[in-house]
Design a binder for this molecule. Structure first.
Ligand SMILES: Cc1cc2nc3c(=O)[nH]c(=O)nc-3n(C[C@H](O)[C@H](O)[C@H](O)COP(=O)(O)OP(=O)(O)OC[C@H]3O[C@@H](n4cnc5c(N)ncnc54)[C@H](O)[C@@H]3O)c2cc1C
Length: 347
């Protein structure tokens, strides 16, 4: 029905749902091709799981901890659109715990962080595109000529030739189901079942409780990952006048599932107790905050890069389609943009 509008030479009005790295990447690339792009984001600002919370003395990364760059296009893209100053190499000593409890080093590989916080990347990228924040898209209506998107109040948010959904799979499935696209929604069932939740707690210790590592993948029933946030480059919290050290504790999916509705103060106390058990530290805690991620990361399953429903002019991208993680979100957006730029198959 829409095919004549999709030719790569045509300027399209494109709505992108979600302003995480996948949405921002797709928006910048599509805009560069000459399309008119609008991003809708339910939260107050862009970034999604590139997330940081303000704390006394700076901020702490609550979601993604660092990123890799195996795709040779990734760092140049960030340098061009987010700027060289928005990220830096994290030279921290990272390790993981073997089944026997001993600590091993992570394989050598450059690892990067946003500076002075992970959201620096998304903030800088978002400057190039039109992001309409605090707008949750709940439903899409297909007319003869376009898609109309509606927010949760039922307000129409504009007319578009094409929609790209870059949310985690559960939210993408809900949106497709609400938009009378049950067959497309059903294609996401497997991906939805593979998303894992994560309780995240940031803790300020009066001094560094574990100087041996800057970040560790743990073999512990409650803790999956712990990291010294203050060891990352450019953090305000590692300035000389800042007392204490901020660590981030991420719970395992199993522990999170068991405690998914537990109050934040109990989660905080139990994860700090688990960290003390893991490291043997008795250093005082001076502050703490918690955040619950219902959709933290995806495990296994098909990784086709993206989904592109040409008949409906709907694309889906996100980390969960590109191998997970920050770089997977970039890869997925790139592969969708390439696929949706192909001329229509002649019938
Ligand atoms: C605790 C945790 C630790 C992690 N650690 C790492 C790590 O160390 N390294 C790494 O590489 N990756 C890590 N990740 C994963 C990484 O954060 C993600 O892979 C990546 O940020 C996902 O980007 P995305 O654009 O695909 O999705 P998201 O960042 O989730 O963006 C989706 C956006 O869609 C918005 N949205 C959802 N529904 C709607 C709607 N209906 N209307 C409008 N907007 C909507 C959301 O608010 C969000 O902003 C971690 C994630 C978490 C949570």
């Amino acid at each position: 029905m829409f095919n004549e509008t999709f030719h790569k030479n045509h300027i399209r009005r494109i709505a992108i749902v979600g302003s995480g790295l996948a949405g921002l990447t797709a928006a910048i690339k599509l805009q560069r091709q000459g399309h008119k792009v609008t991003i809708f984001e339910k939260s107050r600002g862009p970034g999604g799981r590139l997330s940081a919370k303000r704390v006394d003395g700076g901020s702490v990364d609550m979601g993604a901890q660092y990123f890799t760059s195996r795709n040779p296009d990734f760092l140049p893209f960030l340098a061009e659109f987010a700027g060289e100053d928005s990220f830096a190499t994290w030279n921290g000593q990272l390790g993981f715990q073997s089944k026997d409890g001993s600590w091993q080093s992570f394989p050598e590989e450059p690892r990067y962080v946003g500076t002075p916080r992970m959201t620096a990347l998304s903030r800088a990228l978002s400057v190039h595109v039109n992001v309409i924040a605090e707008t949750r898209i709940e439903r899409m209506l297909r007319t003869e000529k376009c898609w109309i998107l509606y927010d949760i109040t039922g307000e129409p948010m504009g007319q578009f030739d094409q929609v790209i959904i870059t949310t985690p799979p559960a939210q993408a499935r809900d949106l497709l189901a609400q938009s009378e696209l049950p067959q497309l929604a059903a294609q996401l069932d497997d991906a939805v079942s593979r998303v894992l939740p994560c309780w995240a707690v940031a803790v300020q210790f009066s001094e560094n409780p574990w100087p041996r590592h800057s970040g560790m993948r743990c073999d512990h029933p409650a803790l999956f990952w712990v990291a010294n946030n203050s060891s990352k480059p450019g953090r305000d919290s590692n300035s000389p006048d800042q007392k204490g050290t901020w660590w981030v504790l991420h719970a395992t999916p199993e522990w999170t599932n068991q405690n998914v509705d537990a109050p934040a103060d109990r989660v905080t106390a139990e994860l700090i107790a688990a960290f003390r058990e893991l490291t043997g530290t008795a250093v005082d805690v001076t502050d703490a905050i918690a955040h619950r991620w219902l959709y933290a990361r995806s495990e296994g399953g098909a990784q086709p890069g993206h989904l592109w429903f040409e008949e409906q002019a709907i694309g889906v991208a996100g980390d969960w389609l590109g191998g997970g993680r920050v770089e997977g979100a970039f890869d997925s957006a790139c592969s969708l943009v390439s696929a949706s730029a192909e001329p229509p198959v002649s019938r």
